[in-house]
Structures are given as C-alpha cells and as structure tokens.
Write a protein that binds this ligand. Sequence first.
Ligand code: AMP
Ligand code: FE
Ligand code: FE
Ligand code: ZN
Length: 273
Amino acid sequence: MPADLHIHSTFSDGTNSPEEIIKLAKLAGLTTIALTDHDTIGGIESAAAFGEKNGIRVIPGIEFTTEAKGSEIHILGYLFDIKNKKLLEILSKIQKDRVDRIYKMVEKLNRLGVDLKAEDVFKFVRKGSAGRPHVARALVRSGAVSSVKEAFDRYIDFRGPAYVSHYKLEPAEAVQLINEASGIAVYAHPAVSNRDEMIGNLVPAGLKGLEVFYPGYTPEQVMKYKNIADKNGLLLTGGTDFHGENSGREVKLGNVTIPDEMADKLYEHIRRN
Ligand code: AMP
Ligand code: FE
Ligand code: FE
Ligand code: ZN
C-alpha cells in the first residue's frame, strides 16, 4: 500500500485544504500521508480528522526552512508532540517574521518598479505560513509576470533582487528541536539542496532519516542517497512535495510513493526510543 510523506496544504504554500488533500489522496489510492507544511503545524488536526473519516492514516509532519552557509536546507519532522512548548514558541516567532517579510519583499518590488501591495499578497494566504509562493501568485494576478516561475526567476529566487530572508533555525537546531519534541528529523530532498556533506554532519544532532524518493530523481540518485542513508543508519522516506492543483507544479498525488512499511518504520522507531 502506498504512502506519501511530503505534502503541503493551504496552511502554508499549498493550494488544497487538508480536506481536499485527503480526498485527492483517496482518489490516488494512498493509504498513508504526512502533512508537512512549511514552518507550521496548523493543518495537522483537521487532516487527521478527515483522514480518520476516510480511512487514511495521517502522520503529523512539518518542513522547517533552515539556512546553512548561504544554502537553504529543508528539514522534515514526523510524529513529534504537537503540543511541545518550545516547538510552538519557535513556530509562532517564525510565523510573525514571515508576515513582516512580506511587507519587506513588497517594498523591494515597489522599488524595482512593480506595483503591488502587501494586501494583494495576503489575499492568497489562508491560515498559516505566508511565503514566496503567495508573493508569486500575487505577481501573476497583478500582471507583473505571466507565471509563478517567472516571478521566482525575475524577482524572488534565493538570489533574486526582491528576495528577503526570514527568521530561520540552523539545520542542526531544527533537528534538535524535532528530537526535543520526541519526533523524527529527516533531511528533505537532498538533490534540491545540493549540500550532501550536511547529511552526515547532522547525524550527531539527531538526524534520523533521508528523503530518498522524490519527483525527478534518477535511479542513480536514488541509489546514491540509499547508500548515504545506509552508511549513516538513516531511515528512508519519500513523497511528492505536493503543493496542490494549480500551484504551478506538475507533480500529482500518487506520482511518487513509498511502501507503507517504510512509514511503519517511523512508528517503530518512536516505539523503540
Ligand atoms: P519561502 O519558504 O517563503 O521562502 O518559499 C519557499 C517555497 O517557494 C518553496 O517551498 C517552494 O514551494 C517555492 N519555490 C522556491 N523556489 C521556487 C521556484 N524557483 N519556482 C517555484 N516555486 C519555488
Ligand atoms: Fe513550498
Ligand atoms: Fe522543501
Ligand atoms: Zn516541501
């Protein structure tokens, strides 16, 4: 039975609500999903409730955006205590800063001659994390660019002229925080981050898994990351990194799956520790 452990909802930059995701997951024949919104756990309870009604196992998850020496590293967390006080404090600090950052990005865009208001961006933000994809969608709506891709390429890429950073943890801090909340920390999409040396370095901080299955990975890449995982005693995970229908991404639920048994191993790990 197939599982997808990397999914975003309207609680961050996805375009489908947790309820819609459960429906789509069911249509795709998935039996386990993890909701992994960026820097928020806001959608987990409703995803779990809809999942239960529809016979889909929902693993509580999150994806932390972290930064290390000029690269963005994403750290996934699974099966942590969603009431952990330190976790909640840090998440609310990130949320606030993500909102402030939208104003700063809009200012930069205005200085670059783009007519856009922060309110235009917030129209695209639902309940949780505000982010660059919302800026991109507002830029498309305003007519300043013709696609989300163009918005990133011209303005808001990591090295783009309207990019603004936000309060972030370092990778090891995110890994430690997930461990403190009794969860499992997983290094996300290694080929996207392209900083493979970080993987082994994070093991002493408590890294427990590597996202080996991901859209677009070649069989050689999967093999390479399986070897790195083996060498470091890491669990294997994978998923689509689904951002919803009409999100500007091609991938659909069901396109990348892992066997349910791999998801079971996360639960076994929690039980044993
Ligand atoms: P943020 O966390 O607000 O900095 O936004 C990062 C998110 O933007 C990522 O999780 C992706 O969903 C999206 N993203 C980043 N780079 C691109 C790109 N070049 N094209 C489309 N979406 C992107
Ligand atoms: Fe995203
Ligand atoms: Fe990511
Ligand atoms: Zn993601």
